[in-house]
Design a protein around this ligand. Sequence first.
Ligand SMILES: Cc1ncc(COP(=O)(O)O)c(C=O)c1O
Length: 359
Amino acid sequence: MSIDFRNEIRNLEPYRPGKPIKDVKREYNLNKVIKLASNENPLGCSPKVKEAIINTLDELAIYPDGNSTELKETLASTLGIDVNEILPSGGSDEMIDLIAKTYIDKDDEIIMADITFPRYIQTTEMMGGTPIIVPLKEFTFDLKGILERITNKTKIIWICNPNNPTGTMITEKEFVDFITNVPPKVLVISDEAYREYVTRDDYPFNTVELSKKHPNLLVMRTFSKAYGLAGIRVAYTIGNKDILENINKVRGPFNVNILAQSAAIAAIKDTEFLKKSYKANLEGKNYLYSEFDKLGFNYAPSETNHIFVNVGRNGQEVFLELQKRGVIIRPMKGDFIRVSIGTMEENSLFIEKLKEVLL
Ligand SMILES: Cc1ncc(COP(=O)(O)O)c(C=O)c1O
């Protein structure tokens, strides 16, 4: 079909998800397949969330509250901010897209790391912006390098803290020094998808406060990871009300569905579930670290629910060999793979199969 489309779309690649478990089972004739590829919560979600979803099922015939009022109020009172300083979205993926549509003009420069979450570069290119890539240093953000790349064309800086896929984090001091040196007309987004898993106390847990002091800072959080709600698509962003109001103009009228709103409200209230997820993740991380140490593998210190590890053999090859054996991970550049931390049973199965492939 030769209907003209926007030039910016020409070189974009569609998102290619990994194979679902059932396809891998069929292709390799396997009974058991585990997926440690998408940083999901192996514990599922809170039972209270399931109850809230069931209680909402009778309302499926009606549109959701387009303003997500109760969700905003619950978040606002939990975080001690105003309802106008919060904007829910259908996952952070949607928010990344909305921010790009709202703020990126053709030829604006958008600064991001390499490697980091791929949607930042894709949405930049989609809008005709120019990605400015600053390589990581020691697996983590080179904040000085980022500051040096700011020009009068810079519109947005994407900070993923802790970073996907490396799992590394920026400290509070580093972040405060950084944000203080960014010109106020440059939008900084702190993508905190994994913050609930952070174990170090020098992490900038206070970004909500920082966004009051620095109105050019948006803080993006999601229910997809530690809350175990990746399938329902809900996240929220905190920041200056005028910035959020601009983004609000661009979003679809009912972008957070009715089940997602109920689920998120129940999820926020179940802090016990979060503690359980944190504990299980830490236990799994320590187990995987000790196995990697025994194998002599180098890995980046992770403050997330995934580990970026050098397995000493091409990541793509290792991915395919593991997949044949019923373990799905994510291949990375060179000899690196990214593995999500699963249940202890999944973690030990992964190690068993990894040894089979490599030794
Ligand atoms: C850093 C980061 N940001 C955003 C997302 C998207 O999350 P959501 O499920 O909320 O769209 C992910 C998902 O993997 C992520 O790792």
